[in-house]
Write a protein that binds this ligand. Structure first.
Ligand code: ATP
Ligand code: MG
Length: 152
């Protein structure tokens, strides 16, 4: 499905709705150019799993991985500085992808060959104007797609 977000708050709401619908075990691949709203969408995800207000979510520039405790644990990996899928594997991604965690990978296209093995939910973000973003959701579980299409 495809959603147009006309302001940053909307992108956060979309993330929150996805966060509310996850149960653990999901792998989410975020793909989009610089500044398309990947990190803001993850702020919403954190809210949706009840890990605070999302304010603590930033791009994990130096750490590569951040974890947020909520209803389930949210593992946020930023693959921007990774050069290949082997480096993601070395971070122990396989251990993170467990039933009690939701793993979200920013810049998943940089390490797609490994990420694809987890059959992730795909979230593609594109610039569509100064404050407008086109957000395409792929491979959503049916129940999540139903919920989201009721809201958006
Ligand atoms: N509709 C919108 N949705 C999301 N962000 C928006 C929107 N309109 C404007 N913005 C702005 O775009 C920027 C998005 O920043 P954000 O850090 O979330 O992007 P990103 O994709 O994570 O970037 P990076 O690739 O640098 O990590 C913010 O400055 C935000 O205020
Ligand atoms: Mg970011």
């Amino acid at each position: 499905m495809e959603i147009i977000s006309k302001k940053v708050e909307r992108t956060i709401e979309i993330g929150r709705a996805i966060g509310e619908a996850v149960g653990g075990g999901e792998v989410i691949a975020l793909i989009g150019e610089l500044g398309t709203g990947k990190t803001h969408l993850i702020k919403g995800l954190a809210k949706g799993i009840a890990a605070g207000q999302g304010d603590e979510v930033t791009s994990p520039t130096f750490t590569l991985i951040n974890e947020y405790e909520g209803r389930v644990r949210l593992i946020h990996i930023d693959a921007y500085r990774l050069e290949n899928a082997g480096q993601l594997e070395a971070l122990g991604v396989d251990e993170f992808c467990e039933a009690e965690n939701v793993v979200v990978i920013e810049w998943a296209d940089r390490v797609w060959e490994l990420v694809a093995e987890y059959e992730p939910i795909g979230i593609y973000l594109e610039h569509a104007g100064p404050t407008e973003r086109k957000i395409r959701l792929e491979n959503l579980p049916a129940t999540m797609e139903e919920k989201l299409s009721e809201i958006f």
